[in-house]
Design a protein. Structure first.
Length: 336
């Protein structure tokens, strides 16, 4: 064998070993989100992009992504909060987005999670407020939530955080599955049925603006129920994690009035058994300059996801931070 051939063979062997090492170092990280027409899915995609840095990518300091080296994160469309906490607890996903109410109920085994607690859930960060939309056909109005008796009402997907909260809230007004024609649908399906005249109303909690509602507003038009002070106070008493909020006029061009409603915080959640160093790196990457640009430019709600509000409301939910996330927040002085 000539010297050239020997060198070529050695280089090839080195390349193969390097490739094998890169493949071994690659870590996949699945993030459960929600339906494609909601806000969880695009926000989850932005977060996945921000924390990823696949083998062979440019280094952060060289203009590349500032994600975790070797990490490939993927946003997966799911049935949202309740689905995500179940999947995280069972190890079917590494992380996911969840409303604060669902997270509290699941961790503590309350409500629909009674006898089925999810003790391995851990928080990475608070993200943004999710406004509860009660969508009506254009020109329609409710005098109060009790008007939904006898109506065809979308109550969100089966087992979702929105559905759990909506059934509790409606129960205070004498509305339940026995006296309304409920439909368990995702946001896009509900918007389509409103447009086709197959629903009289539907609920959906998400960060504004919601893509499927923008489409509905632009095509068939829509109205949003403006909650009374009494309705807001009762909802907050029944589901404490739903707090007073407002959807400003013009958020949806056809809705030219302020909409008073309630909102719940959206959280990024993982499993207690996830490696501390990995979650530390993910938390750090979420708040990098690269991530900031992606959040600010990727979705209108991204601007609401800030380091300053990353721990808002977590104490009240009663779900611990993951040790990796906690270490990062302590290092930067956000936790004492």
């Amino acid at each position: 064998m000539t010297i050239f051939k020997k060198l070529t063979a050695a280089a090839l062997a080195c390349t193969m070993l390097t490739g094998a090492a890169a493949a071994q170092d690659m870590t996949f990280f699945r993030i459960g989100t929600g339906g494609a027409g909601g806000t969880y899915f695009p926000i989850g995609g932005i977060i996945a992009n921000a924390i990823s840095n696949p083998p062979g990518s440019r280094e952060c300091g060289e203009g590349g992504n500032c994600g975790v080296p070797g990490l490939v994160a993927m946003a997966q469309s799911t049935n949202a909060s309740a689905h995500n906490v179940n999947a995280i607890q069972n190890g079917q996903m590494e992380a996911g987005l969840s409303g604060a109410a669902t997270l509290h109920f699941a961790y503590h085994g309350k409500g629909k999670f009674e006898g089925n607690a999810k003790p391995d859930l851990r928080v990475i960060a608070n993200l943004y407020p999710e406004d509860l939309h009660l969508v009506l056909p254009e020109g329609q109005k409710l005098n109060g939530l009790e008007d939904l008796k006898g109506k065809r009402v979308g109550i969100a997907q089966a087992g979702s955080g929105t559905q759990i909260a909506v059934e509790l809230i409606l129960g205070d007004h004498g509305v339940n599955r026995d006296n309304m024609d409920e439909a368990e649908l995702n946001n896009s399906q509900s918007a389509e049925r409103i447009a086709d005249g197959q629903l009289d109303a539907y609920f959906y909690a998400a960060g504004t603006p919601v893509a499927a509602m923008i489409q509905l507003d632009n095509t068939k038009g829509m109205e949003l129920h403006n909650w009374t002070e009494q309705e807001i106070a009762q909802a907050n008493a029944t589901v404490p994690y739903y707090i007073p909020s407002q959807i400003p006029a013009g958020t949806y061009p056809g809705v030219d009035y302020d909409v008073n409603t309630v909102a719940v915080s959206g959280m990024l959640v993982t499993n207690a058994n996830m490696d501390e160093e990995l979650i530390y790196g993910i938390t750090k990457a979420m708040w990098s300059d690269t991530a900031r640009k992606l959040l600010d430019n990727g979705h209108p709600k991204g601007k609401s996801i800030t380091l300053e509000t990353a721990l808002d409301g977590i104490d009240g939910i009663g779900v611990p931070l993951h040790p990796g996330a906690e270490r990062f927040y302590r290092e930067i002085g956000l936790l004492k």
